[in-house]
Design a protein around this ligand. Sequence first.
Ligand code: TYM
Length: 333
Amino acid sequence: TPRIFSGIQPSGGLTLGNYLGAITKFVDWQDRGTHETLFCMVDLHAITVPQTPDALRHNTRELCAGFLASGIDPERSILINQSQVPEHAQLGWIFNCVARMGWMGRMTQWKDKSGKNAEAASLGLFAYPALMAADILLYKSTHVPVGEDQKQHIELTRDIAAKFNHDYGVDFFPLTEPVIEGTATRIMSLKDGTKKMSKSDPVEASRINLTDDADTIAKKFRKAKTDPDPLPGAVEDLEGRPDVRNLVNIYAALEGRSVDAVLTEKAGGQLGHFKQDLADLAVSKLGPVSMEMARLMRDPAEIDRILTRGSERAREISVPVLREVYDIVGMVR
Ligand code: TYM
């Protein structure tokens, strides 16, 4: 069976961006049943920037709780803790030797995260996309559902697969396709409609966290940046209004409708009312998820069991694939 793989970093709490751009899509893939579905807490990626050990443990478990609360079923999908499947790091090393410095240096995430002081960035942050390629190709995954910001990394994964196949004269790794669909591929900051909503943004009011309570969600939407004009009747009229466009996108994604359908209904409405409707909708959709997350977090041992079981299932695939890779490369065993 063809495989879907995707990962999320346990580097902070889950945001509405992660939920709409990634997790809800993962649930759709799982429920469609056309592919084997694997989802990974990428703790090895998280430590490419400093993480305190207790926070990393907490965030890894909470991320797993987020998957479960959103509808990922550990029987139908494989939930992996990256560091519990050592083949990720092992294949990552092989790919460090396939990927070129120049390719890595062109990654926008590297440029953004290393900032003005690349000398002080970790080597792991630079090599990040090679480990990501290993995550995906370890399971010979063909499709990777992600938000818009990960597209470049998936393209690099294809380059790594193609170079490996070419250098060793094999047809071993598939050329992976990114799957970036729907209205929620890039949810923006509530304080700046030209910037991605991110768990690492220092401004707390810029994002909705899955763990926010109803009052906090309502307040954040109420205080979201907008302009004074009413809602237009068509998508084209949102041109040049990125903040409003973002709120309409979020509304459409939460309701599972198109932006056009939402605008047809809401045309001419005041932003103040719309923000209230949006807050109500968000609370009704996210409230049950965050309650279930809190319930699951009361039993961390059960979460650990689920991750250990999922990681064992993953190894049934990853161990033989890595063995084949080692044979291709010429490692004696
Ligand atoms: P991460 O942890 O930053 O984000 C997890 C997923 O959420 C999506 N996402 C968003 N989608 C829409 N709007 C947003 N504002 C938004 N913010 C985040 C991301 O696109 C992603 O799909 N490098 C990856 C983790 C990773 C991975 C992988 C992904 C490691 N190995 C293998 C796919 C396959 C990352 O940092 O995602």
